[in-house]
Design a protein around this ligand. Structure first.
Ligand SMILES: [Zn+2]
Length: 273
């Protein structure tokens, strides 16, 4: 099955903190196999298409206090070279960008199709009032917000900030904004994320970074909430291949409809494809 990958990162070793890059290098077969050829977006498109990926969200990561400074310009540039493949998401930081909302609006005008927030890397709670202008901008533009929600091994991150319960406020205050919980609460909060996805119309789960064979263990109601779950990989920061992960989801024993929703249809709807 062709998949839409809701969660990939650009190959930008020089824009990552050295420890972040070392960690990615240590786990990624894609980096070991392709190395600096991944600098070429056309090459990356070929690699991902060979793994069954039809379209991919590519995420900026501006987290100067922790993981790196991959600015939105980087992903807009990548998308400019592969318009029919990459869907760029912006990243701004309310702690270090003087006018994060103004900056975000400019990125959305320039072609960004969503926002990635990193509460545990940028060090704020998702319901912090300083973040609200970012939600307003995304709600007005009709684009989703993807948020890191779960554990992290990156130095300096503070996991307390991504407790999903803080998204309850955001979901209520921005009823027309799509909020996607990347990593589904990895490590601590699977049940909270599943409840929120089941009961809040605008909250979704992205299963990136979870061993796909164990998804039904983490989310016993996966079939029932399959209209609220999207597939993502964290490529190239993943220990397997995108294809292997997608195939593991196909082996979970879900209905064919649920598989299609998770691997492709929900993402197509949320991204307006
Ligand atoms: Zn990621």
């Amino acid at each position: 099955m062709k998949v839409i990958d809701f969660h990939t990162h650009p190959y930008r070793p020089d824009e990552l903190a050295p420890a972040t890059w070392q960690w990615i290098k240590s786990i990624s077969p894609a980096v070991a196999q392709h190395g600096n050829r991944l600098n070429d977006p056309h090459y990356v498109v070929d690699v991902l298409r060979a793994e069954g990926v039809e379209r991919a969200v590519v995420l900026a990561e501006h987290c100067p206090q922790t993981s790196g400074t991959v600015r939105t310009e980087s992903v807009l540039e990548i998308r400019a070279q592969a318009l029919d493949f990459f869907i760029p998401f912006a990243s701004v930081d309310v702690n270090t960008d003087a006018d994060a909302a103004g900056m975000l609006r400019r990125y959305l005008d320039a072609g960004a199709r969503g926002l990635k927030l990193y509460p545990s890397y940028q060090l704020y709670y998702p319901n912090d009032e300083r973040v609200y202008p970012l939600y307003e901008a995304c709600q007005a533009a009709g684009v989703p917000v993807l948020m890191h929600i779960g554990s992290s091994v990156i130095a300096g991150t503070r996991i307390k900030y991504c407790d999903p319960i803080h998204l309850d406020d955001v979901a209520v205050d921005f009823p027309d904004l799509v909020l996607v919980m990347a990593h589904g609460g990895r490590g601590f909060w699977y049940d909270v994320c599943a409840f929120l996805a089941a009961h809040k119309p605008n909250l979704y789960i992205d299963v990136t970074g979870l061993p796909p064979a164990r998804l039904r263990e983490y989310f016993p109601d996966l079939e029932r909430i399959s209209h609220k779950v999207v597939f993502g990989s964290d490529w190239p920061a993943m220990p397997k291949s995108v294809r292997q992960n997608a195939e593991a989801i196909e082996r979970l024993g879900l209905s064919p409809e649920a598989q299609r929703r998770i691997l492709r249809e929900n993402a197509a709807r949320l991204l307006g494809l």
